[in-house]
Design a protein around this ligand. Structure first.
Ligand code: BTN
Length: 253
């Protein structure tokens, strides 16, 4: 059913063990099932998914050609730090795409990587909490690499793929290898209390800061000028009355 690949000498923790599937319902669901018994850094990859999930239980179209993977992490950290993992994932994905495809990307808070304002990648970070402590976290990454974007996907939000943007295919295995390496680097900054380095790169890449934004949190809307993200990865807005508002989660519309 699956191959278990054990290699990756270049990384510290990420991808020492990789489960690879041709097809899976969702790498995220599989990773959550095995997370308890697996070591931190174990990765689950599928060539395609039949039930790929995005945030807010949206569907994540997962045809062949795209990158679909989930990374099991077990950092010793407070629950509210989970958003830092999303941030560092955005930076890693953006770095890999820029190096491998030689194209500029930007980051939209909290979890999107864009090319020319169109979504190229998304991150789903899910935590498992036991006795008020984070037991494990699974970071799910979906990247439109060589796949074609369907019309029904474009209706949800403007989306693109790397192949569409650069008019050529990227070698997927090499791309994933680089992604795991870049992820490992950012995760190491985080683990070694160097998260400010990640924030610095994030700020250089983001399209969110300096713009008036509306953040949707369920039915609640918060509007203001995005002025900063703090060291925890929370978005800082200045509203019409010049109040400073800290936004922990939500979607920018
Ligand atoms: C989003 O932007 O809403 C997040 C999309 C996350 C999709 C990835 S693909 C690999 C992993 N498996 C899933 O079912 N979802 C995530």
């Amino acid at each position: 059913m699956f191959k278990v690949l054990v290699h990756r000498e270049k990384t510290r923790v990420i991808g020492k063990k990789i489960y690879y599937f041709k097809c899976l319902s969702s790498t995220q669901d599989f990773a959550k099932k095995i997370a308890e018994k697996e070591k931190e850094g174990t990765v689950v990859i599928a060539d395609k998914q039949t039930k790929g999930r995005g945030r807010h239980n949206r569907m994540w179209f997962s045809p062949k050609g795209g990158v679909y993977l989930s990374i099991i992490l077990k950092p010793d950290m407070p629950i509210q730090d989970v958003s830092k993992l999303t941030l560092l994932s955005c930076v890693a994905i953006s770095n890999t795409i820029e190096k491998q495809a030689n194209i500029k990307t930007s980051i939209k808070w909290p979890n999107d990587v864009l090319i020319k304002d169109k979504k190229i990648a998304g991150i789903l970070t899910e935590g498992n909490i036991q006795n008020n402590k984070l037991n494990f976290t699974v970071v799910g990454i979906g990247i439109n690499l060589n796949n074609k974007i369907k019309l029904k996907e474009r209706i949800l939000y403007p989306a693109t793929s790397i192949r569409e943007e650069i008019n050529k295919e990227i070698e997927k295995e090499k791309f994933i290898e680089n992604l795991l390496f870049d992820f490992d680097k950012m995760y190491t900054y985080f683990k070694k209390n160097n998260f400010s380095k990640v924030i610095k790169i994030w700020k250089n890449k983001t399209s969110t800061l300096g713009n008036y934004v509306t953040v949707l949190q369920g039915n609640k809307k918060i509007t203001g000028l995005a002025i900063d993200i703090d060291e925890d990865g929370f978005l800082i807005l200045k509203d019409k009355k010049s109040n400073i508002v800290k936004v922990i989660t939500g979607d920018i519309v």
